[in-house]
Design a protein around this ligand. Sequence first.
Ligand code: 9MR
Length: 380
Amino acid sequence: MIKKIGRFTFTVITVATVSILSCANGLYKSNTDTTDSLSDKYKDLFHLGAAINEDIIMGRDSQSKNIVTSEFNSITPENSLKWMYLQPFPNKFNFGAADKYVELGKKNNMHIVGHALVWHNQLADFMKTTVSPDEFTNHVENHINTVVSRYKGEIHAWDVVNEAFNEDGSLRPSVFKKQMGDNYIEDVFKLAETADPDADLIYNDYNLYKPAKLAGVLKMVKRLQANGTKINAIGAQAHWRLNSPSLDEIEQIILHISELGVEVMFTELDITVLPNPWELVGAEVTQNFSKFEGDPKMDPYPKGLPKSVEKQLAKRYEDIFKLFVKHQDKISRVTFWGVMDKHSWLNDWPINGRTNYPLLFDRNYQPKKAYNKLINLIGN
Ligand code: 9MR
């Protein structure tokens, strides 16, 4: 028991000097005793991953990198493999960061995820201005063939298509749909399969706790299956809140997806603790919230998270993971969208410049209460 609570308590007791220095400098101390890391604890259940940014990939943030290589056994590139970075101009590929990313994963024996081949966001400008459908389709084929083949056998799983559905379950009117037609999802899954027949192929999206949206995605999966098109998993992104979605809603995602015989992945987990501007101004997602920038009501914890909220966050993570453990046979990966709070995208979305606390490691690279809850959930 002491061992379980004690990964970090243990450090404090036995190597007090080092540990005090560690905290003062904000250093993450990797595990030196025999206590398991987070991914060790969950290794028989599912992969545990983190999305990593370019500073980590390029070796400019060694403390985050130490956390990633000690605590997680899977990585996803937060931005570096998106189209606008990989192929900013027609047939001009930049593989610098992508190669380093894959090298990091291989060196540490990790489950390496590719994110994302087809997405309307962070797409190269030339794709938005290409007018002929044939030319557009050729670019998509070239992109998928070039990128997936380059990392064949090295990137184990690809987010082939990201965020293709509207909230009502209809197909988003993206440039891919416009140029390639309503069957484009199936077409690009086939291209990815041809380029690396052994890679796992994932469809990834947010808000799948909304029944109408999930229904749209499930219908697409059934169509692919009926046509013999390979699809291994649905990735539910999991950008969630302290009180929403409910555990029941999350469980429904797991049950519905697994019913189709595909794996369930929670691919972008983080939990915001900040006020939600949509509650103030309605649900219009295209709102510009810049008027809230600098408003203390919308950024209540600039100097630290109150103990009560920290506890709430830890409990929320614990409840969610209890559910994941219950359905471990259906879930193959859980990935956090980032490593430590300071670098989370949620500090700048949907309002710029706030102080958010959505992850397991704090601004000093130290594990939070939520981390301990997740470690303690699994026995030795
Ligand atoms: O975390 C990413 C952030 O750094 C980028 O600015 C943003 C641009 O849209 O994309 C973020 O990652 C997104 C992911 O690729 C797809 N699902 C939603 C994630 C959060 O926006």
